[in-house]
Design a protein. Structure first.
Length: 305
């Protein structure tokens, strides 16, 4: 058989749901290697909460500089130092209620091929109105770090939690009204999607800093607030926007300095949409002593209505 007709197979690392701490390397339907993660092994833990009616798929890509052979492994491209790559994948199916999850991923030098974790991809799939589905994708590059000055690696930095918040933005104008889904993640990135084409793809990979000497845990959670509806009222010319949050907090944005804002509205230089746990979205709640004035910024679960 000519080289051009050879099929290069992919070796998959399958996380066995019923085996505590065990991973099994499989090729076709036969086991070619087996490894086990000890509780004392250095590893990366992903954990968080999966909303109701939502599936989660986590895929980790590994590289090996020592293994090759197209009868078992797909060769890596010329843009990295690995001779072969493989993946570990775990899927959490849709459930009726929200639930927590946890996945432990080995980091370096495990198995006969001395696999090395390169990147992680996550996909939350929310069935918000079956058969319609919203997808939130994110990719994370792995950067090894240490707090040991004797090791030639950069110092560790804290990992920000990945916690995008999804809620509803209702457009209101003389032309009618319609809803969009909106997401704001901790970095402040904002995306609007019509409900019919609700799919978010990462603009660029994030970085996860993993300590080579200690266990590292990162929270990856999707927050769904479909009942949290923010109204956006636009005038006919599009040069005035009024944003009203569920507790009545109102912001007014206009391109003309001569335009008067509605009574009680706050003004801003350019239109900004805030997530449900930002102080700017909850000013009415914070200013009512009867409800108790909160000290400092709102926590992520302090949604004002």
């Amino acid at each position: 058989m000519s080289a051009s007709l050879k099929i290069k197979h992919m070796l998959f690392i399958i996380l066995l749901a019923g085996a505590s701490g065990g991973l099994c390397l499989r090729y076709a339907d036969r086991t070619v290697d087996a490894i086990y993660i000890s509780p004392d092994d250095v590893k990366l833990t992903l954990r968080g909460e999966i909303p109701a009616q939502t599936a989660l798929q986590i895929t980790a890509e590994y590289g090996s500089a020592s293994c090759s052979g197209e009868e078992l492994l797909r060769e890596a491209g010329p843009d990295n130092d690995y001779r072969s790559t493989s993946t570990l994948s775990r899927t959490f199916r849709v459930e009726e209620t929200a639930h927590t999850y946890q996945v432990d991923l080995p980091l370096d030098d495990f198995g006969k091929c001395a696999w090395h974790l390169q990147s992680i991809t996550t996909q939350f799939s929310w069935q918000f109105a079956p058969p319609r589905m919203m997808l939130v994708n994110a990719q994370f590059d792995i950067e090894r770090c240490t707090n040991d000055s004797q090791i030639n690696l950069p110092p560790c930095r804290p990992n920000d939690p990945f916690r995008p918040v999804i809620y509803t933005l209702r457009h209101e104008s003389d032309a009618g009204s319609w809803d969009e889904l909106i997401t704001i993640d901790p970095s402040g990135a904002l995306a609007l999607k019509p409900a019919e084409t609700a799919r978010w793809l990462p603009a660029q990979p994030r970085t996860l800093f993993v300590d080579v000497d200690q266990k590292t845990a990162v929270n990856l959670t999707l927050v769904l607030k479909p009942e949290y509806v923010v109204r956006l009222i636009e005038n006919a010319h599009g040069n005035e926007n009024t944003v009203i949050y569920p507790d009545g907090t109102t912001w007014f944005y206009a391109t003309s300095l001569n335009t008067s804002p509605p009574a009680g509205a706050h003004t801003g230089d350019q239109m900004t949409l805030y997530s449900p746990y930002r102080n700017e979205a909850c000013l009415n709640t914070l200013q009512q002593p009867a409800k108790g004035v909160q000290k400092g910024p709102l926590r992520e679960n302090d949604y004002c209505r």
